[in-house]
Design a protein around this ligand. Structure first.
Ligand code: 0CN
Ligand code: SF4
Length: 334
């Protein structure tokens, strides 16, 4: 006797998953291992994803948090800085240790660094909107001398700011924030400090914006919304919040199919599904398969925009060839 499985529509967001900055950062580590041989040191998780980090470890990457962890007799091994960016003190420290470094900071994070430096050059104190303790925030604050940047996270923080009215101000933001919440914080800043200058271009990146837009489109009416991503991934966590705010009955962040709480999933008929910018597609596939084993799945791909961004790696790595297996790992499909 065949058992009828309950029908389930999976609304799959497109775009989702890897962005151009993540793709580039992973490529840099893979190419550096090919070119220089293992070990290649990587300062901080190259992107916030365990599957990616473990895959790179198997290929010969060694993850560290600080340059001082590199053994003295390995000073000739390359060290890669993560996609999230680093304070100016880090390349300076690498230079003083005579290390060979490859900077995998996403070009869109570097753009925010430049916007912050431009404000400072024009005599403005910088207000950074972002999450305390996040490596990107540490990196952006570290572009300027201590005391030249003030961090705010919320509208309430803006109310508490004790900056005299005659101080020239400019703001920038972290690249992976909630578009809506940030608009609120910017409004609060502009009310409190009408003379505050915006950056020359939007600091929240295209990938963050597009993934949030796609979730906004698919979340209404979803019984459950799953976002593939890590708890330390800012952009992934924002997608969970956006799903909840946009009308999903419940939204959860999962790193792998094994984290799906099946007891709590219950009798759902519409599932929303997306993935953060650091989450490989292979895990999205794994999750769809896990639902196929339990439901009669109909896949509904919701395309909100087509992404064409591609960030090339640095010149020194362009002569290295990738195998098709490397390429599959780099684009998240293996
Ligand atoms: O998850 P990520 O590694 O980083 P955050 O969203 O926590 O910043 O994704 C890549 C984004 C960048 C930079
Ligand atoms: Fe760059 Fe945005 Fe991707 Fe971060 S999420 S790596 S800023 S494109």
């Amino acid at each position: 006797m065949t058992v009828q499985m309950r029908p389930l529509t999976i609304r799959l967001c497109e775009p989702r998953g890897f962005c151009a900055g993540v793709d580039r950062a992973i490529q840099i580590v893979v190419l550096a291992i090919k070119k220089y041989g293992p070990p290649v040191y990587v300062r901080h998780e190259i992107v916030h994803n365990k599957y990616v980090v473990e895959g790179l470890k198997e290929r010969g990457a060694v993850f560290i948090e600080e340059l001082a962890e590199i053994p003295v007799d390995h000073a000739d091994k390359p060290v890669v800085f993560s996609a999230h960016g680093v304070p100016k003190s880090v390349p300076a420290d690498a230079q003083s240790r005579n290390l060979f470094y490859l900077d995998a900071t996403c070009p869109l994070v570097s753009k925010v660094h430049k916007q912050a430096m431009r404000h400072a050059r024009l005599g403005r104190h910088v207000v950074l909107i972002g999450h305390a303790g996040h490596p990107e925030v540490i990196g952006t604050m570290g572009q300027l001398p201590e005391g030249d940047v003030t961090l705010v996270e919320t509208e309430a923080d803006v109310e508490r700011l004790a900056i005299p009215d005659d101080v020239e101000l400019g703001f920038v933001t972290q690249t992976t924030l909630s578009v809506e919440d940030t608009a609120g914080v910017i409004r609060a800043l502009q009310i409190r400090f009408p003379h505050i200058q915006a950056p020359a271009a939007e600091s929240i990146c295209y990938a963050t914006t597009n993934r949030q837009d796609a979730v906004k489109e698919t979340a209404p009416g979803s019984d459950l919304f799953l976002v593939v991503g890590a708890p330390n991934s800012s952009n992934s966590r924002r997608l969970v919040e956006v799903a909840e705010k946009s009308g999903a009955k419940r939204a959860l962040l999962v790193q792998r199919a094994s984290e799906i709480p099946w007891d709590e999933v219950g009798d759902i008929s519409i599932l929303g599904l997306s993935a953060g910018a650091s989450a490989p597609e292979i895990i999205v596939d794994e999750i769809i398969e896990a639902f196929r084993a339990r439901f009669d799945v109909k896949l509904d791909i919701v395309i909100t925009v087509e992404e064409r961004e591609n960030f090339p790696v640095m010149q020194v790595l362009r002569d290295v060839e990738l195998t098709s297996a490397d390429m599959a790992f780099v684009n998240g499909s293996a």
